[in-house]
Design a protein around this ligand. Sequence first.
Ligand code: PRX
Length: 661
Amino acid sequence: MSAIESTLVENRVFPPSDATVKAARISGMAAYEALCQEAERDFEGFWARLARGNVQWTKPFTKTLDESDAPFYKWFSDGELNASANCLDRHMGTAVENKTAIIFESDDGKVTQVTYKELLARVGQFANALKAQGIAKGDRVVIYMPMTVEGVIAMQACARIGATHSVVFGGFSAKSLQERIIDAGAVAVVTANYQMRGGKELGLKSIVDEALALGGCETIRSVIVYQRTATACNMVAGRDKTFDEVLAGQSSECKPEPVNAEHPLFILYTSGSTGKPKGVQHSTGGYLLWAKLTMDWTFDIKPQDLFWCTADIGWITGHTYVAYGPLAAGATQLMFEGIPTFPHAGRFWQMIEKHQVSVFYTAPTAIRSLIKAAETDEKVHPKNWNLSSLRILGTVGEPINPEAWMWYHRNVGGERCPIVDTFWQTETGGHVITPLPGATPTIPGSCTLPLPGIMAAIVDEAGHDIPNGSGGMLVIKRPWPSMIRTIWNDPDRFRKSYFPEEMGGKLYLAGDGAVRDAKTGYFRITGRIDDVLNVSGHRMGTMEIESALVGKTDLVAEAAVVGRPDDLTGEAICAFVVLKRPRPTGEEAKKIANELRNWVAHEIGPIAKPKDIRFGDNLPKTRSGKIMRRLLRSIAKGEKVTQDTSTLENPAILDQLSETN
Ligand code: PRX
């Protein structure tokens, strides 16, 4: 049994200590259950109470949930607010005003800090600069920035003026960036000249130039460039301006623009099982409520905490738990520009000690790679640093295997810190199934129980409940405030992807398989049930990678992509390719495989590079021409094919595809 599969037989239980329970906001299981019961009893009243208590409204809402156009649910829809005011202005005149908002550590270890008051001034000034560039409420702004305070400022400034941001992760290619700019109809791009990662200076502005040169981006009127490093970059007269240029002469006071609760705060592109990435559209009111609430519930954030979420702002985790949640909660957070293995694989532990981090939130992949590093080099083992400041640990993005969980618990958490294994998605806006640190007994590999008000369940293909103990599809039966509102430009796809008619059209289909434990009712996520891969916690569609491969028209005739379990990255990408030339072997196969890997990196981004590329004269197909992906998955895993292959047009192909390069 592989380390990852063994999550299904785990039964060690770790209850929170009495002291943790006593000090927690949601203190003990009875308190959790009371909240769940309140939500069951009076669903709308529950959310209205929380939305009034956690969000500052410029115009109070009177309607909590509008289901008249389901599944296009609306929350707090006659209320008005501003997200940036809820993260910054709300703290002015309180003890938080002069508190540090962000401690920023750069790739090369330089530390800078900004207080809430200073951050408000910088956001205000940048918001005025955006307005001076002609950017107004409702416009879309693409942000293609490295992990920097300026990245958060750009997001907050958009929110402040009611512009909808769409952050594109700095590892995506020019083509991916261009597609997102076009789909969003963005009027401006905010970027940096370079980004620093692992001691290397990598061009970002050059990729923006390349994206815009690909064409179709005529909506873009300006490109605003943060000078992260002293190195010059190409600047196009009339279109491109530096941060300094646009900020010059702008006042730091900018009145936050009140927007309707349903106003799109942001669009974030993510992979689906078919076609192009989808623009997940989030609201302002419901989203902000969730960001704040889950900081309180899941991280039990306290005034003295130092919160560190290692996710990049280009992903949903970096939106909710870097750019919005910690600020809405008035927390001090650490933000890190670099990578966990530079200059050595003890960097995270060193930073926890140096900054006295108390709540640490990272991905299972990072943990697994740091375990491996610590096993090969004692000097980067966490035991070399004093991690006693930690009180809560979290993970996100993929299932965590019990071995990694136990290592994290022992070597990082000192057997004292609750681990919150938070299950959620770009679409859910924030945590939906997760332990609460001062209540839920944890079990390695389980995300345990839904948050209060999240009606999670496991159903079969027709949408009928499945008894605990058997696997099925994860759904959420009722809407929740921070849920995806629609897919930008594609409401039809929204309905079909998430509220399929076959299941009655009312259940939110997460796209993950899950099983609830027969005894505890705890959820375990068993992985995606669609053609979405999860590689190092990064979500990718097999179709996207296939179309990138066949886009190499001089070389590739056909391609099929599947995932296979990987001890380090969770899942690895395996591509089966038919070339327009005779099937290569030996050195030639290696060379072409590398060429194709680089091509995919160029088309999508390095994260989409297939680990394994196999060549065949053909692909296994049924007589009707359908590629038999299930067979390919077995082959990719190195399993003996035991499935029925009698319907296969060309059974001999299986041996050929089993050969690795
Ligand atoms: O398969 C689930 C997995 O990540 C998917 C969502 O990916 P994305 O939208 O990129 O958001 C990642 C960060 C929230 C889910 O459908 N996933 C996320 N968290 C967990 C998880 N799988 C198991 N356990 C988790 N804690």
